[in-house]
Design a protein around this ligand. Structure first.
Ligand code: BTN
Length: 240
């Protein structure tokens, strides 16, 4: 599998999408030391200074396009496993795909895809992990780096190798057996479980209710005053 490395690029996400259009195959990874136009979900700017781990991966999963959001859950599980297994750090997953340590964001995932009718052409998955990078003042109360947690710098190559190995087997098991096998693990790590949360979404009104975790299609189950809602996508926060 190919790994493309940049000292600096606009965004590894943009770079991997270009490779997708040139028909590169599944498993291609693009890494950059620094991104000048790193971005996150809902067009947010993603701080991508030197010292972090910024990479994107091309996937061609044989699933229906409407199931593609499940992929970000798989990435979250792989990240959370590595934090635990390799570094002894316990983390939570803020649905769908923010990894939190002590309530602060250490990693984010973005999934973009191209599909026609019921066929996925490709998926570009972008992952940003705050590792040895220092965070700007305005992010310090909501974000955290692994260096801050462990009080030492960690080897980013070791991190990504462990991550890619973990993800590969997870992805393989997902393709053969579906998401159900990971449901319990994901739910055991869900942040703000059983408490009141609000889910904001671009198309619908915000929904507030008790957070029950996800169902086997990756939808978030929220119990509002009157009913059970199953939410496909949105941004979660603790209710005020
Ligand atoms: C989010 O939390 O909203 C997702 C953040 C994803 C950031 C990564 S860094 C590597 C890749 N390149 C980008 O421009 N974004 C993703």
């Amino acid at each position: 599998k190919m790994i493309k490395y940049y000292k600096e690029t606009a965004s590894t996400q943009t770079a991997v999408k270009k490779l997708a259009l040139k028909n590169f195959g599944e498993g291609v990874v693009v890494i950059a030391e620094k991104q000048t136009k790193g971005y996150g979900r809902i067009k947010r700017v993603w701080n991508s200074n030197a010292g972090g781990l910024w990479f994107s991966m091309l996937l061609k999963p044989v699933i229906r396009p409407d199931g593609s959001s499940i992929l970000s859950l798989l990435f979250s599980i792989a990240l959370s496993r590595i934090l635990e297994k390799k570094y002894g750090i316990s983390s939570e997953i803020k649905w769908p795909n923010d990894i939190l340590i002590c309530g602060k964001k250490v990693a984010g995932i973005i999934i973009e895809m191209s599909a026609e009718q019921d066929i996925i052409n490709w998926v570009a998955a972008g992952i940003g992990v705050n590792i040895n990078n220092s965070l700007p003042e305005d992010l310090k109360n909501i974000s955290i780096s692994i260096k801050e947690v462990l009080k030492r710098e960690i080897d980013r190559t070791e991190f990504i190798v462990a991550f890619l190995t973990e993800f590969e087997s997870l992805y393989f098991n997902f393709q053969s057996g579906g998401f159900k096998q990971f449901l319990e693990e994901y739910n055991s790590k869900v942040a703000y479980k059983d408490v009141l949360v609000t889910v904001d979404s671009a198309c619908n009104d915000a929904i507030t209710g008790k957070n029950f975790g996800i169902d086997e299609s990756g939808r978030l189950i929220i119990e509002t005053k009157n009913k059970i809602e199953k939410i496909i996508s949105g941004t979660l926060r603790r209710a005020e």
